[in-house]
Design a protein around this ligand. Structure first.
Ligand code: G3P
Length: 216
């Protein structure tokens, strides 16, 4: 399973990349806007830190505009994955860009039908937003199971990039379902590594060591 970081914060990206478990980064317009720097500047900084897929999203809503932006981003680096939304124009853009060899991340996926269309249009990855489904009382993980079954049935090469992750359970359940990638927000990485029994165990080891450390 691959882990991507779901943030545009460069300090966080440096911190978690140093853990050695970050395979890529996903951004979106909301994450970039939190940073107060230009999209181009930040994406180029991220490319310096992480040698793996870096998703950057088009802003244009029309086919031609999406192509123009996507081609510009794709020229920045071979690791760029261009994110397009699952709209009629986005689907067309996905087909065209994929045929040109651009890696496309089809985003804002909330149904298996949308994921199936994106896969048929040649998407490299689809991004189902599971947390936002959970937020409206739908089962986000059930969507991952449906997409995994469909992609498996037809041997689609498109990978499932589980997005809108809110907590460690989402990561574990996505892994159990065999999702290829989870894009994990920094705070969820912190929760993933933590366990109170680890803290208690470490404290006890150190206390016990104190009792004998000066013995010759
Ligand atoms: O990368 C997009 C996605 O992960 C959004 O997450 O928390 O805004 O639903 P969230």
């Amino acid at each position: 399973m691959q882990f991507f970081l779901d943030t545009a914060n460069i300090e966080a990206i440096k911190k978690y990349a140093a853990w050695g478990v970050v395979d890529g980064v996903t951004t979106n317009p909301s994450l970039i806007s939190k940073e107060g720097v230009s999209l181009e500047k930040r994406i180029k900084e991220i490319l310096e830190v992480v040698d793996g897929p870096i998703s950057t999203e088009v802003i244009a809503a029309d086919y031609e505009g999406m192509l123009e932006e996507a081609r510009k981003y794709a020229k920045w680096h071979k690791n760029i994955y261009v994110k397009v939304p699952i709209t009629q124009d986005g689907l067309r853009a996905c087909k065209t860009l994929s045929a040109e060899g651009v890696n496309v991340n089809v985003t804002l996926i909330f149904s298996a039908g949308q994921a199936l269309l994106a896969a048929k249009a040649g998407a490299t990855v689809v991004s189902p937003f599971i947390g936002r489904l959970d937020d409206i009382c739908q089962d986000g993980m059930e969507l991952i199971a449906e997409i995994a079954q469909i992609f498996g049935n037809y041997d689609f090469k498109t990978k499932i990039l589980v997005a809108s992750i809110r907590h460690p359970r989402h990561v574990i359940d996505a892994a159990r379902l065999g999702a290829s990638i989870a894009t994990v927000p920094p705070e969820v990485f912190d929760l993933l590594i933590k366990h109170p029994l680890t803290d208690i165990g470490l404290k006890k080891f150190l206390e016990d060591w104190e009792k004998v450390k000066d013995l010759k």
